[in-house]
Write a protein that binds this ligand. Structure first.
Ligand code: N01
Length: 556
């Protein structure tokens, strides 16, 4: 199936497939497509692999997936060569893992680093893509796989006076490579999502003053991080196959069983008993205590009350308790951050807030209005800072697709196609954009399920579809418009039956002013998604039109 196969087409392409992005998804896509016999070229704007873990190198950055589940599962050989050191892997270790994996799998030579894709244009007459990059090159490819990541495009609020601030301005998602010192500085930290909560203790241990600007209090649950011993890692590796099979049976894609279907009808003591146990386990094991957490308000509210009581127990000051009390939206309807003891003093986020040199400023009532040369001006006060750290998140899921011009059949641009909402089938393909595939795209389960599990499944499914098309006489694979309409409606129907839509979050694009508010991930859970993929394949890809390009017809 290589580009040089004789007799298949009149206009050979430079490569069978271009894969854009070299994070978890891109590395595996390059490897798998190549192992199946395609010629592949990877393109990555950074000078190394890593994707979001390359850029999010702020102090304290750590993944909230348990480390044994944050590695590829497809290769026993690769897995047996690697060991993470803690329950939740730190950014530097994840980057090391991805570097190691890319070397072990021998994919680095296929990747053009420091190269950015400027445009992708589909040529209907040849059935190929022209991939233009910022080095002036144009690569022709039969297939394009976009492995852009769903948390890759930083969201930077457009505060007035942004350019006039005299101090240093940082964003957690574009952290400098060189070490940043906050010694003897007054630092303003904007945002208390996962990134803000992780970096706050690290800034506080260094800085003279830290002001944390919080707009929405979060339901924060302990991570319960700890080192992983060799024996524990080995025991886990021994049971890996079963663990992974179990993960495939749960909505979250993690191998965590719920205690009970619901908290409804249970006594307070029963609920408390279960949640106390889960609280000690920490992380997403707390989230999975009751099966109906994200579909039943009554269950969710009891969990919310439990978390609020835990926050209240951490503080003596009623004003702080009130300021940190999350209310008005369901727990886990926006991505729930975890609390890590994230510096040498053992401070987690709440311990950090208690420190005498740390101040919490509520910017819900009195929003940040502008940056001044000296610092930050809210609606009712001004604060002087030497440095400001924006932990303001991402233009998530769809944002990274706007960095390049993507033009499909008939000159349709992806930006115009997705004007009011993303349109995909299975989160992977788009009508009018043949031979183009997304991994972890909008309307795929990736943002709310086990990442690696979803990535491997999607990559393998994409290759199987390509293979089917080639074997069944077609070099142009285009999803039917009806399939896309069905998937949009299905995704939105399922989302409406959950509590996700009751919160303003990046899951719905609500964090970016002007972005349409549409639930972006597929919310039906991993097993439902996987069975949709299986059914589509087993049915001979009925949702697609597979045809020959004029070039291919001419050559036969
Ligand atoms: O971003 P966020 P993040 N004025 O969007 C605030 C993953 N991740 O980078 O909530 C004042 O969650 C905003 O306030 P509000 C994880 O999936 C994982 O922290 O919109 N505040 C919020 O507090 C996560 O969900 C890990 O009211 C403003 C914060 O900025 C995702 O990345 C670690 C503001 C943004 O929070 C994103 O997390 C890190 C304004 N104008 C990240 N604009 C782990 O695995 C925004 N905010 C542990």
């Amino acid at each position: 199936m290589s580009a040089s196969s004789p007799g298949t087409r009149s206009d050979p392409v430079d490569t069978d497939a271009v894969v854009v992005g070299a994070g978890f998804a891109g590395i595996y896509a390059i490897y798998h497509l190549r192992e199946q016999g395609l010629s592949v070229r990877g393109i990555e704007r950074a000078d190394d692999v890593g994707g979001t873990w390359y850029y999010n190198r702020y102090p304290g950055a750590r993944c909230d997936t348990e480390s044994h589940l944050y590695q590829y599962q497809f290769s026993d050989a690769l897995r047996s060569e690697w060991q993470y050191s803690e329950r939740y892997p730190e950014q530097g270790e994840i980057l090391e893992y991805l570097r190691f994996a890319s070397e072990f799998l021998g994919v680095r030579d296929e990747i053009s680093f420091r190269t950015e894709v400027e445009s992708l244009r589909f040529d209907p007459s040849s059935g190929t893509w022209a991939v233009s990059t910022d080095d002036g090159a144009v690569t022709t490819s039969r297939y394009v796989v976009l492995a852009l990541g769903f948390l890759s495009e930083p969201y930077v609020p457009e505060f007035d006076g942004m350019d006039g601030f005299d101090g240093e301005l940082y964003h957690t998602a574009t952290w400098p490579r060189e070490e940043v010192s906050f010694r003897e500085q007054s630092v303003g930290l904007v945002g208390t999502g996962s990134s803000g909560i992780q970096i706050a203790p690290r800034i506080a241990e260094d800085a003279e003053r830290l002001t944390v600007y919080q707009r929405t209090p979060n339901y924060i649950v302990p991570a319960n991080n700890h080192p992983v011993s060799d024996a524990a890692w080995e025991a886990w590796n021994d049971g890996f196959a079963e663990t992974w099979e179990q993960a495939k049976t749960t909505d979250s894609g993690f191998p965590y069983e719920s205690d009970l279907p619901s908290a409804e009808g249970l006594s307070d003591a029963e609920v408390e008993h279960i949640l106390e146990k889960r609280w000690r386990m920490g992380g997403f094991k707390f989230l999975t205590a009751f099966e109906d957490l994200l579909s039943n308000r009554a269950t969710n509210e009891r969990v919310c009350e439990f978390i609020r009581s835990k926050i209240a127990q951490r503080f003596d000051d009623p004003e702080l308790i009130d300021a940190l009390r999350p209310e008005g939206y369901p727990y886990a309807a926006k991505r729930p951050p975890l609390n890590y003891e994230n510096n040498r003093y053992g401070w987690d986020f709440y311990e950090t807030i208690k420190q005498p040199h740390v101040e919490l400023v509520d910017v819900d009532e009195a929003p940040i209005q502008r940056l001044t040369p000296e610092g930050i001006a809210t609606a009712d006060s001004e604060y002087a800072h030497d440095a400001i750290v924006l932990a303001t998140g991402f233009d998530a899921v769809t944002g990274s697709y706007n960095n390049m011009e993507i033009v499909g059949t008939g000159g349709t641009t992806l930006e115009s196609k997705w004007g009011s909402r993303p349109r995909t089938y299975l989160g992977m393909v788009i009508d009018e954009f043949p031979n183009m595939f997304m991994i972890s795209g909008p309307q795929s389960p990736s943002p709310i399920t086990n990442q690696v599990l979803c990535i491997e499944n999607q990559v393998e499914w994409i290759y199987d579809l390509i293979e089917y098309a080639e074997e069944n006489g077609g070099d142009v694979i285009e999803v039917e418009r009806e399939s896309v309409e069905y998937w949009i409606e299905h995704t939105s129907d399922v989302a409406d039956r959950t509590l996700y839509t009751d919160a303003e979050s990046w899951y719905q694009g609500d964090n970016v002013p002007g972005k349409p508010s549409v639930f972006l991930p597929y919310p039906g859970g991993y097993p439902a998604f996987a069975s949709k993929l299986e059914a589509e394949a087993a049915g001979g890809y009925q949702g697609f039109a597979i045809r020959d390009s004029p070039a291919r017809v001419r050559s036969e």
